[in-house]
Ligand binder design. Structure first.
Ligand code: GLN
Length: 492
């Protein structure tokens, strides 16, 4: 890789915008640098399922042409971006990491994809994920296992592992992911970058292939908080095609980012520092809290008593919704159709049997079970009641606190294969991220250090509904004082 390439690819989106404004490099040069980085590193990292080289270069060239004519350009003009492969891109295969959608070419763009085009971003390609976003390591992808750029023997987290690793490996400056139970924040934490899950309803889910519709939300990955704000500005806002997407005003998230919030109160939940938390992770998180305290924060110990039920509740709600959402892949409406079948029922069962991987099948079975007559009251409906209690815990906490801070994940990145045969231990990776989705609130993970093996650690900040602006300002207050967001993984 040339010097210019590594210099450009280590920049943030905000810096790439500046570089173009100053005429130091144009969109084509920048796009070529990232494409070259993908060619050099992705055979090892395996972030991308598809790289759209020609379209990316064509977009970049047209942006340069329009700039040379003095035309007004979008806010992300000439900034390359990677998109998780469960977000529809018109005319470009969108597999969801599943064999069942191996040949699916969406006839339309997701709302966020349209927004990226309007902002003149350059879409580099589609990134790997756990099949239908079900997983925490990207090992459930039907195509490949993405590696952690900080240690290629480790997983990058999941399910948006491809999008997280692409940014951490400097193969894209920013990317989009989706978060149903932690799939943005957990991989961001494990890859040493910033990951934001916005409030449920902040970003349209139109064109996001549904996993669990009441929990799914599209969000962002970036090296720093400023880029998160820039990208959120582009994707947030009302869209009539998603009835759960709200008309709440979208502030300019970059406007007050440098203005520290003072005074502010950070809630520290007892339950987030309980058994199972790695000692080195705890140490870094506590140091981050001390730093915020020295910058004007009041630290208040709180309790989220129902968070102990979050994982059980999530695996009832999410699987119930998934079993219903995934019914459409029957080889007729959507998806792979088996070639050797004897009748209609046989065709359904063989198509689904061949097309879905084992984790997806496990979840469809779980979901159908908890929804079936005789069990629905004891499982699914009970879970909905506990979900309400989890939300009530947060409402109470936010009456006194601006944010709740804690670890994003209980451990740093683990080795490929370490947890893949033990679903329960894999499910526990999301112990601190899941209740945020059940409550519909926003959450961000920001880098807060490294362990003794040079693996990144993430600090999670949770906020009240639609408090993204405050969340980002507090995150920026911390980031400004620390070096973590400036570190870049070197891939040998
Ligand atoms: N790991 C969780 C799951 O497997 C969350 C995934 C996600 O947020 N998409 O369901």
């Amino acid at each position: 890789m040339s010097n210019l390439t590594s210099k450009l690819t280590e920049k943030s989106a905000a810096e790439l915008i500046q570089i173009q404004a100053k005429g130091e490099a144009n969109a084509e040069t920048i796009t070529k640098a990232f494409l070259e980085a993908i060619k050099a590193k992705d055979p090892k990292v395996k972030s991308f399922l598809l790289v759209n080289e020609e379209a990316a270069l064509a977009t970049a060239r047209s942006i340069d042409l329009r700039r040379s004519k003095g035309e007004k350009l979008g806010t992300l003009a000439g900034v390359p971006i990677a998109v998780k492969d469960n977000i529809c891109t018109k005319g470009i295969i969108t597999t969801c990491g599943s064999k069942i959608l191996e040949h699916f070419v969406p006839p339309y763009d997701a709302h966020v994809t349209e927004k990226l085009h309007q902002a003149d971003a350059v879409i580099l390609g589609k990134t790997n994920l756990d099949e239908f976003a079900m997983g925490s390591s990207t090992e459930n992808s039907a195509y490949q296992t993405t590696r952690n750029p900080w240690n290629l023997e480790c997983i990058p987290g999941g399910s948006s592992g491809g999008s997280a690793a692409a940014v951490a490996a400097c193969e894209a400056p920013i990317s989009l992911g989706s978060d149903t139970g932690g799939s943005i924040r957990q991989p961001a934490s494990l890859c040493g970058i910033v990951g934001l899950k916005p409030t449920y309803g902040r970003v349209s889910r139109y064109g996001l292939v549904a996993y669990a519709s009441s929990l799914d939300q599209i969000g962002t990955f970036s090296h720093d908080v400023t880029d998160t704000a820039l990208l959120l500005n582009v994707i947030a806002g009302k869209d009539d095609r998603d009835s759960t997407c709200t008309a709440n005003e979208v502030p300019d998230y970059t406007a007050n980012l440098e203005v520290p919030l003072k005074p502010f109160t950070i809630g520290v939940a007892r339950e987030y520092f309980a058994g199972g938390l790695d000692a080195e992770v705890e140490k870094s998180v506590r140091e981050a809290l001390d730093l915020l305290k020295s910058r004007g924060a009041t630290i208040k110990e709180i309790s989220l008593p129902h968070s102990t039920y979050a994982i059980a509740t999530y695996y009832l709600v999410a699987t119930a919704e998934a079993s219903s959402n995934l019914a459409r892949y029957d080889g007729v409406h959507y998806g792979h159709r088996s070639k050797n079948h004897s009748n209609l029922i046989d065709m359904y069962s063989k198509s689904r049997g061949e097309g879905f991987g084992s984790e997806v099948k496990r979840r469809i079975l779980l979901g159908n079970y908890s929804l079936s007559s005789g069990y629905i009251d004891a499982f699914y409906l009970k879970a909905l009641k506990v979900r309400r209690l989890i939300r009530d815990d947060f409402d109470k906490a936010f009456a006194d606190c601006d944010v709740i801070a804690g670890p994003t994940a209980p451990t740093c990145a683990f080795k490929v294969g370490e947890k893949s045969s033990d679903p329960l231990s894999m499910y526990l990776s999301d112990i601190y991220t899941i209740s945020c989705n059940l409550a519909g609130i926003p959450g961000i993970s920001i880098p807060c250090g490294f362990n003794s093996k040079n693996l990144p650690i993430g600090l999670q900040l949770l906020g009240a509904p639609f408090s993204e602006e405050k969340l980002l300002r507090i995150a920026r207050t911390y980031e400004k004082e620390t070096p973590w967001h400036l570190k870049r993984a070197q891939i040998s």
